[in-house]
Write a protein that binds this ligand. Sequence first.
Ligand code: DGY
Length: 325
Amino acid sequence: MKKAYVTRLVPQKALDMLEIECQMTVNPYDRVLQKEELVSAAYDAEGLLCLLTDQIDADLLDKLSRLKVVANCAVGYDNIDIPACTARGVAVSNTPGVLTETTADMAWALLMAAARRVVEADRYVRDGKFKAWAPMLLLGQEINHRVLGVIGMGRIGKAVARRAAGFRMTVFYHDAYKMTREEEQALGVEYKEMKDLLREADFISLHVPLNEQTRHLIAAQELKLMKKTAYLINTSRGPVIDEKALVKALQDGELAGAALDVYEEEPSLAPGLAELQNVTLAPHTASATVDTRTRMAVMAAENLLAGLKGKRMPNLVNPEVKLKS
Ligand code: DGY
């Protein structure tokens, strides 16, 4: 049986699948492994089921010399050096599609929590400050009929845009790929240049993958263009926003607030971010439902098993690699 290493405990259904078809070991600790720990635990593995918290770089690949298959349990795979994998004949897969709706729900949960100050309100009640209904207490912003700006119109961006219809919002989007007129009409969205979207939207939600084009896509200049009453929501990847610039912009009142699920130096926060009242923070849990995390793990396991058998992985991201059975 081929050997596989699972870098963190994932839903049992996926482990059961792996156990039948390969010799599997799971990280026994409830934490991310250090690189040296991963090297010594997975030294003889041909397959790795890993997470976005594992950095799969050239150095690690050289140390895990038997590795043939890396199944990332995430749709984003910026934690993996794909060219380094391809150069070493290591096939890589991700988990697209199965977390789309769940992530879109969370983008909306954050948007609504920020606009209606839900987290502040919760703290206010718990702190025993709620004495009576008050006409000026914790006033937030309307969502209905406002303008939503979606940056990155892939699967998740589209799912976020679809939900805006219930709020009768105007939806603008920006993406490297402009949809056809028919596609735009079907979704009820209008393409905007980046600067126009930043200037006109009341809520901006980010849905781009992290790469060299999108790193610091939202930095000081972009934040300055936003309305002072606008909110920024990020469920994509932390480095898409220059987080220090965001803290400064929030401190200076250049935008009304932000709601973040991801951070530039995850899990650390930029200095000053946690002290701000006008931010809502989540610990990278946009896909965190029982069903979705199970679907992600099962999909990663299916990919891993296919790869270990030398078959084409269903969600292969580097098709240049041809595995041998
Ligand atoms: C992903 O899949 O890329 C998310 O960030 C974690 O669900």
